[in-house]
Design a protein around this ligand. Structure first.
Ligand SMILES: NC(=O)c1ccc[n+]([C@@H]2O[C@H](COP(=O)([O-])OP(=O)(O)OC[C@H]3O[C@@H](n4cnc5c(N)ncnc54)[C@H](O)[C@@H]3O)[C@@H](O)[C@H]2O)c1
Length: 437
């Protein structure tokens, strides 16, 4: 397979050289003649460990050359990879003009081709870019239709500058979304030499995963710095703290707590984050990431309340009241906060939680709920059936096994608001509303 790589910057130069080493016939394209001439002379256009040796090797082997002529590149290859820049505009939005321009150039040449041509977007782009900009531009410029002449994939890149050649061959995964199976198969062939799992997801999910990854990396750095700054102010070595922190691969460096859904609560997380931010302030240290965790959490309760209120329901069944399944702990349960908000808006509630029983509740737990919802016991029901009976909306707050049967119990006019994906296999529709799906 012959590959053209548009944009010979950090991503494009590394991809072009690595695909060439993997046995593909690669043609690099850039508007910068100096980069093109450099490559044809065996000179890498970027500074990066190992790239100079690799470019020189694949260029002399005849596996890689470069051109400024987009038409030639499309005519002579089977697949085009777009690695052009997507810089920030002053207002923070991304500038997609390079992506659009290259799509137009490629589309004009696809018009002249008989064989199918696959276009792969590797630049980091806001979800919707492939479907709403790249494919329509290719269609307009080529006069052909998506899936019939126009075949496209979103295949984000995960390399890091400094270790990019190593990262190319050892990525966390190869991720893509494709407009059709032909595009998916061609792209998969390109990664035959890369030993990593291949995940095919929807095009928009592929675009979004890249942002989720970079946002998470940014949050990790700033979280570590928030902790390090408070630690130092208290006379503690911040790096020692985070070194041990990272040894916990069960809860800390793990998939735990990384499922979008409802707010956190309980007797520890809110209290302890509050205490730490208070202590930080006492030392004149700002901890914006920690503060934001509390703000986002409160926002998630508001979001759930809005989802319920927007239905116009007057009677609502709440399934789950404690802060998570399998416990009767109501202290700082976000469901209690949600229930309070709904009661304040005049909503009639029917609440069921098999772990929360008036007779069984003692101490701080009982005091907490009675201080927040004094008439709580008159709202509690004995079964899921009783809680959903006669309501317009059923809210699922946790994954208690009992809640899965709500799908069968509900009548056609009842809306389910799912905060925990207690009923798997659905995304939001007319009767089913997931909080983050
Ligand atoms: N740099 C990284 O570590 C990295 C990692 C992963 C993803 N990304 C993403 O990959 C994309 C590219 O990043 P980069 O750092 O390689 O960018 P870059 O700015 O280094 O390179 C972009 C290249 O595209 C060329 N170009 C612009 N318009 C063109 C056109 N019409 N035809 C051909 N070439 C054209 C430019 O001349 C330039 O050489 C961005 O979306 C970026 O967010 C970057």
């Amino acid at each position: 397979m012959r590959i053209s790589v548009f944009g010979l910057g950090y991503v494009g130069a590394v991809s072009a050289a690595c695909f060439a080493r993997d046995g593909f016939d690669v043609l690099g394209v850039d508007v910068a003649a100096s980069k093109v001439d450099g490559i044809n002379d065996g000179v890498a256009p970027i500074v990066e460990e190992g790239i100079q040796e690799l470019v020189s090797e694949v260029v002399s082997a005849g596996a890689l050359r470069a051109t400024t002529d987009a038409a030639e590149a499309v005519a002579e290859t089977d697949i085009s990879m777009l690695c052009v820049g997507t810089p920030s505009r002053p207002n923070g939005s991304i500038d997609l003009s390079y992506v659009e321009r290259v799509s137009e150039q490629i589309g004009e040449q696809i018009a002249r081709k008989i064989e199918p041509h696959v276009v792969v977007l590797r630049s980091t782009v806001i979800p919707g870019t492939l479907d709403d900009i790249v494919v329509p531009t290719l269609e307009r410029a080529s006069g052909k239709r998506g899936g019939d002449g126009v075949h496209a994939c979103m295949n984000p890149e995960f390399l890091r500058e400094g270790t990019s050649i190593r990262d190319f061959y050892d990525p966390p995964f190869t991720l893509f979304g494709a407009t059709d199976d032909f595009a998916a198969e061609r792209l998969t062939e390109c990664y035959a030499h890369v030993d990593a799992p291949i995940y095919r997801v929807s095009v928009k999910a592929a675009e979004m995963v890249k942002y989720a990854c970079n946002a998470f990396h940014a949050v990790k750095v700033s979280f570590a710095n928030d902790i390090g700054n408070v630690a130092k102010a208290m006379g503690i070595d911040g790096q020692e703290v985070m070194r041990v922190f990272c040894e916990d691969t069960k809860l800390n460096i793990s998939p735990s707590y990384l499922k979008p859904g409802f707010a956190f609560g309980g007797s520890c997380l809110p209290k302890d984050v509050r205490a730490l931010t208070y202590e930080a302030r006492r030392h004149d240290i700002e901890t914006p990431i920690l503060r934001a965790a509390l703000e986002t959490n409160a926002g998630q309760v508001d979001r759930a309340a809005r989802m319920i209120l927007e239905t116009g329901a007057r009677r609502v069944g709440l399934l789950g009241l404690s802060f998570k399944e399998g416990t009767d702990d109501l202290r700082e349960s976000p469901m209690v906060a949600l229930a309070e908000t709904l009661i304040g808006k005049g909503i009639e509630l029917q609440i069921y939680d098999r772990n929360v029983r008036e007779a069984g509740l003692i101490g701080a737990n009982r005091a907490y709920i009675e201080a927040h919802i004094p008439h709580i016991w008159s709202l509690m029901t004995e079964s899921v059936e009783d809680a959903v009976h006669g309501t317009a909306v059923i809210v699922l707050a946790n994954k208690d096994d009992e809640f899965a049967r709500v799908e069968e119990l509900r009548s056609d006019d009842q809306i389910v608001v799912d905060l925990a994906r207690a009923i798997p296999g659905h995304t939001s529709s007319d009767w089913y509303r997931g909080i983050c799906w």
